[in-house]
Design a protein around this ligand. Structure first.
Ligand code: NAG
Ligand code: NAG
Length: 329
């Protein structure tokens, strides 16, 4: 494949598998136009049915408090917590099966971390370099991250001081899979950037006002930016983006399983179909009914260690609508 084609296909996925802000409304929507949920179809590819082992690559200079929030969130997928819980949220993702009838796994374990604090590929990244960063982490001596082609899922998280091409302009994150020629095997991965300083209004919705627009309404008539349940707009915003990418990877890891639409430039995956919806009644510019903790922070899910998180809903295959465990009906 020549470079131009490779770049083109990267660019296409960039547009499709991402969040973005439609400048015509004050709500985060799919950058490729809103896909039609009725067209959500299975395209015969695999889903992530085997137990998932998550490996985090912390790229850049990370705040330990922020790291702890993200670790606790990732450890909440397969752990009990008060209703509505992160694990219950994942049960909507589990409704998706592959052609053998296997459901998406319910076993998600945080299994390893790699600290790329010296910025192995510099402070300015592009899409090509994400795979190189994974390659570096799994070959780094003396303590490489395990390269696990059977169960591994690699999460490259870039810190506030790292620039990523398209970040904050077209995307907040994306998921894809590694190429054997680069990493040695095909494994699913996602990149998510910390948006707290670079573009909270775009990638940490609804905890910041969309850039140049009025804040998202909090309820009937009210109009106020939501308060992040873990005290940081950037990290609390990232949590929902990570969940979005994990759900889409699980149901469409090779971009040939569950998505809506025939336009390969803008496949609508199960998170894309529900951008900006966090509770009952959500849609348009309204996030929907969510809860407040004792300190007045907003959340819709409970996690381990008493943590609270705000995570967007995903498309429910059975109910045929966006759904989450905090639904009122
Ligand atoms: C597996 O998927 C099928 C089809 O959507 C669904 O009916 C079933 O409840 C799912 N199983 C689990 C354990 O979620
Ligand atoms: C890390 O983040 C927390 C919470 O956002 C903040 O209070 C703290 O000052 C940060 N620490 C450093 C070293 O920046």
């Amino acid at each position: 494949m020549d470079n131009a084609l490779l770049l083109l296909s990267f660019f296409c996925f960039n547009l499709g598998l991402s969040w973005s802000l439609n400048t015509g409304s004050n709500q985060a929507v799919n950058s490729g136009g809103t896909p039609d949920p009725d067209k959500l179809e299975y395209h015969m590819g695999p889903v992530l049915a085997s137990p998932l082992k998550l490996y985090i690559i912390w790229y850049g200079n990370w705040n330990q408090t922020h790291q702890d929030t993200i670790r606790d969130f990732l450890s909440s997928f397969s752990s009990p917590a008060p209703r509505p819980s992160v694990a219950e949220w994942w049960s909507t993702v589990r409704l998706y099966t592959d052609q053998t009838g296997s459901n998406v796994t319910d076993s998600i374990t945080l299994s390893g971390e790699f600290f790329d604090t010296k910025l192995s590929h510099g402070p300015r990244l592009n899409r090509m370099l994400m795979q190189a960063i994974i390659k570096n982490a799994v070959t780094s001596q003396p303590k490489p991250l395990l390269l696990d082609p059977r169960n591994g899922y690699y999460l490259v998280l870039t810190s506030a001081d790292v620039m990523v091409d398209e970040f904050c302009r077209a995307v907040c994150a994306y998921h894809y899979f590694t190429f054997p020629a680069t990493v040695g095997v095909i494994v699913p991965y996602a990149w998510v950037g910390y948006s707290g300083t670079q573009c909270p209004g775009m990638c940490a919705y609804p905890f910041a006002s969309p850039m140049g627009m009025s804040p998202p309404p909090s309820g009937e008539g009210g109009s106020t930016v939501m308060r992040p349940p873990n005290g940081d707009v950037g990290v609390d915003g990232m949590i929902s983006v990570i969940a979005h990418e994990l759900a889409e990877s699980a149901t469409d890891p090779l971009v040939n399983a569950w998505y809506a639409g025939n336009n390969p430039i803008a496949p609508g995956e199960i998170g894309d179909l529900c951008l900006g919806v966090y509770g009952s009644g959500g849609g348009g510019a309204y996030v929907g009914q969510v809860s407040k903790d004792a300190a007045g922070n907003d959340y819709n899910l409970n996690g381990i260690k008493g943590r609270k998180f705000m995570v967007q809903w995903v498309w429910d295959l059975v109910k045929k609508r966006c759904f989450g465990p905090n639904a009122k009906e």
